[in-house]
Design a protein around this ligand. Structure first.
Ligand SMILES: Cc1ncc(COP(=O)(O)O)c(C=O)c1O
Length: 414
């Protein structure tokens, strides 16, 4: 960092440009929503097809509890049993004192589910991306990541000593062009994509990206936060969906917080990488092991998903039904329709806030996604469909959206 001769010293956070900008945006939102901030909405129950908000049961279309595991009886019971057996904390880094049979079983079963040799579980999905992307490559290496990649991947890039470049969203040809001129200048190249993108709900063109990765001898990491428990017959994710060879993807990253109804992250891949990470990955080694309750919940969810195929069947039915019903109402669902995240385009940030609030008043919870989470003028209501929704609930939510837009005089883009 270069030192300049003299700058205006900031001694109070309130004086910072970032805080000033935050205040301005916040005030605009408060004005537009009549002081009903749509963020930090409180749910005093599990978030399944419904949830309890302000003492009232509402339809819930805002959660990542894709297959209803958080709140499911078997999952809660497994978590409680684990607390009785192990207590509430792992009480240490797993390398030293925090290891448990339960956590090892979870890793073995996740590895089998993801068709990999080994798996490592960490306490946070965000932290898993940040620490892996931040440490897998170093000086003389290159990281190429999809421009729509999640903040945790981007934060990992910021930490890494490797050269990092985004490539155009889901564009295997552009990736090929970059590598055709640059591959030979770097030792390791890591390509990072998501299986399904969480703002647009589209699926990555994984087979085309695998072709490029093989052509240039790169490593491929796929963040399966929104594709595991959503794509494939057992919810196994992109390799089940595209019928890939198990070794086509080097690192299948996933979270325990979404479909698996717990909290944490995992890296599933070849024994060499995972075993090395077990001893050297800072975000794993210098952090506590996953809490026993969460490990038990994730393990039970993973088992339930594989032994009850009707859960994924229902998930897939709901995705298609929602997309079809949205199109019937001439709603613009961006690139979505095959994954559980189905955004409805609104464009204007303030219109998205107002619609979200109006829907909640009529008993439907769906949060807005606005800039900077999405590009400017691309605000949307991000519906998350889960296996627990009924057809009637989906129809009710979409009808309510159309009704609210009409009442507020907001034209929904087609
Ligand atoms: C694509 C993606 N990766 C990683 C994460 C972080 O996972 P977690 O919320 O489990 O920390 C998220 C969270 O929403 C995500 O959407």
């Amino acid at each position: 960092m270069q030192e300049t001769e003299s700058v205006k010293m900031i001694t109070r956070f309130e004086e910072t440009p970032e805080y000033q900008a935050f205040l301005q945006r916040h005030e605009e939102m408060e004005l537009a929503t009549d002081h009903h901030d749509p963020y930090f909405a409180i749910h005093d129950s599990p978030l399944t097809d419904t949830s309890i908000m302000n003492g009232r049961r509402v339809l819930n279309f805002g959660s990542y509890n894709y297959v209803g595991m958080s709140g499911r009886k078997e999952v809660s019971e497994a978590a409680k049993e684990a607390i009785d057996k192990y207590g509430t904390s792992a009480s240490g880094s797993r390398l030293l004192a925090g290891e448990k049979t339960l956590t090892q079983t979870l890793e073995k079963e996740l590895a089998a589910w993801k068709h990999t040799e080994d798996c490592l579980v960490l306490v946070s999905g965000f932290g898993t991306n940040q620490t892996f992307v931040g440490n897998f490559c170093g000086d003389g290496d290159l990281i190429l990541y999809d421009e729509y990649a999640h903040s945790s991947i981007w934060q990992g890039c910021q930490m890494s000593r490797a050269t990092c470049r985004p490539f155009p969203h889901n564009d295997a040809k552009a990736l090929d062009r970059i590598l055709s001129t640059r591959r030979s200048r770097f030792a390791k190249v890591l390509i990072v994509i998501e299986g399904a993108y969480s703002m647009d709900g589209d699926i990555a063109d994984v087979p085309a990206i695998i072709e490029v990765k093989k052509k240039y001898g790169c490593f491929l990491m796929v963040d399966e936060a929104h594709s595991s428990c959503v794509l494939g017959e057992t919810g196994g994710g992109v390799d089940e969906y595209f019928h890939l060879d198990p070794s086509d993807i080097d690192i299948k990253m996933g979270t325990l917080s979404k479909g698996l109804g717990a909290c944490g992250g995992y890296l599933a891949g070849p024994r060499s990488i995972i075993e090395y990470m077990r001893y050297f990955l800072p975000g794993f080694v210098f952090s506590v092991g996953i809490s026993p309750a969460l490990a038990a919940a994730a393990l039970t969810s993973c088992r339930l998903l594989q032994s009850n195929p009707e859960i994924m069947q229902r998930m897939h039915h709901n995705i298609h039904f929602f997309a079809e019903e949205a199109r019937k109402r001439h709603l613009n669902i961006c690139l979505a329709g095959k994954t559980a995240v189905i955004p409805v385009l609104i464009r204007d940030d303030l219109a998205a806030y107002r619609l979200s609030n109006a829907l909640l008043e009529k008993g439907v919870f769906v949060p807005p996604a606005v800039f900077p989470a999405v590009p400017r003028d691309q605000a949307r209501l991000r519906f998350c469909v889960i296996s627990e929704h009924t057809d009637e609930e989906i129809v009710q939510a979409l009808d309510t959206l159309v009704e609210c837009a009409r009442e507020l005089g907001i034209t929904l883009p087609e």
